[in-house]
Design a protein around this ligand. Structure first.
Ligand code: 5AD
Ligand code: FES
Length: 345
């Protein structure tokens, strides 16, 4: 039996077999058969529903220096901003009125927001929006901090592992950062009862199909409830400014693979995918994705949360994006729902 047949039957493969599967990603028939299986599974578990998450990018200060990222500490051209608790709550209020039932607090690793400040913000959102999920995406913290945030009312945590290959991790990050710590954080978050999201960029500098095979094995072991993947897009103020962007087609292929491997996974059609292709998000939904994450941050700060060049939706109000996305989702036969959209156990 070849790797494709085995994957369709077992929904899991060894590292060697993932290498074989990935080696065939450009074969049209392989792509087609994986896509149909992925869509079949997404429909079995989620029907035609697409969940939406209101993304609140509340700080673009960051103490880290990830080489690919436009808001890394070393980029002195970045215009920095922080939202106050009141501004964050205002984003939630607007979002709630628009039908969002998950708020994602995303930011750089910004020491200004001490554990106490974060816990206070989380508690305030929790008290005002008892029927909403709170997702954090604020990087690597200690077990104690994660525990505090969980007690304050956070339900989910997004922390992409970025690459499961140690050597590749070292090409993307400064020496103070380590894959081992990233993985430790992910396992601790799981242990604390968070719904956890891992993920990686497709086509980041130095990434090979072998790296991706390792990413898939890692995801298979971790079994995260959410997986975020999108193409790498160069940012002009980074050392990767002249590197090529990742492939939209490979990203789409991987969305199908991840849907098959983790059939109940919450899988966003990411903004990066929409940035690389005007119909990228629709294409993502058509190959197995079931989540979209429009922005709720105040428009005056949008452009400053500048992870990569040409990011879409930096000039639109939350309501405009909600309407736009609703139409986009419908254009591919799905519907946007106003639900928390928790992981199915
Ligand atoms: N291109 C695409 N994605 C990026 N991210 C950061 N910088 C880039 C870039 N240049 C992704 C990382 C991070 C997430 C918040 O955004 O994977 O985890
Ligand atoms: Fe933001 Fe279309 S989703 S303008």
């Amino acid at each position: 039996m070849d790797a494709v047949e085995k994957f369709l039957k077992d929904h899991s493969l060894s590292l060697e077999e993932y290498r074989e599967l990935l080696g065939r990603w450009q074969e049209a028939d392989v792509r087609e058969v994986l896509k149909s299986e992925a869509v079949k599974l997404r429909k079995k578990y989620y029907g035609d529903k697409v969940f939406t998450r209101g993304l609140i990018e509340f700080t673009n200060y960051c103490k880290n220096n990830c080489y690919y990222c436009g808001i890394r500490k070393g980029n002195h051209n970045a215009q920095r901003y922080r939202l106050t608790k009141e501004e964050i709550l205002e984003c939630c209020k607007q979002g709630y009125e628009l039908g969002f039932r998950t708020f994602v607090l995303q930011g750089g690793e910004d020491p200004y927001y001490t554990d106490e400040k974060m816990a206070d913000i989380i508690r305030s959102i929790r008290e005002s929006y008892t029927d909403c999920a709170i997702t954090l995406s604020i990087g690597e913290k200690s077990y104690e901090s994660y525990r505090l945030f969980r007690e304050a009312g956070a339900d989910r945590y997004l922390l992409r592992h970025e690459t499961a290959n140690e050597e590749h991790y070292g090409k993307l990050h400064p020496p103070q950062m380590s894959l081992a710590n990233r993985m430790k954080c992910l396992y601790e978050l799981k242990e604390l009862g968070y719904q956890v999201g891992a993920g990686f960029m497709v086509g980041s500098p130095g990434q090979t199909l072998d790296c991706i095979a390792r990413d898939l094995v890692f995801l298979q072991e971790l079994k995260p409830q959410m997986v975020g993947i999108g193409p790498f897009i160069p940012h002009h103020d980074t050392e990767f400014a002249n590197e090529p962007a990742g492939s939209v087609d490979l990203t789409l292929f991987l969305l199908s693979v991840i849907r098959i491997m983790l059939p109940k996974v919450l899988l966003p059609a990411t903004t990066a995918l929409g940035t690389m292709d005007p119909r990228g998000r629709e294409k993502g939904l058509s190959v197995g994705a079931n989540v979209v994450m429009p922005n709720l941050s105040p428009v005056m700060n949008r452009k400053k949360y500048d992870l990569y060049d040409n990011k879409i939706c930096t000039g639109e109000e939350a309501a405009e994006c909600r309407g736009c996305l609703g139409r986009r989702v419908e254009s591919v036969g799905y519907r946007l729902v106003n639900e928390r959209g928790d992981a199915i156990q």
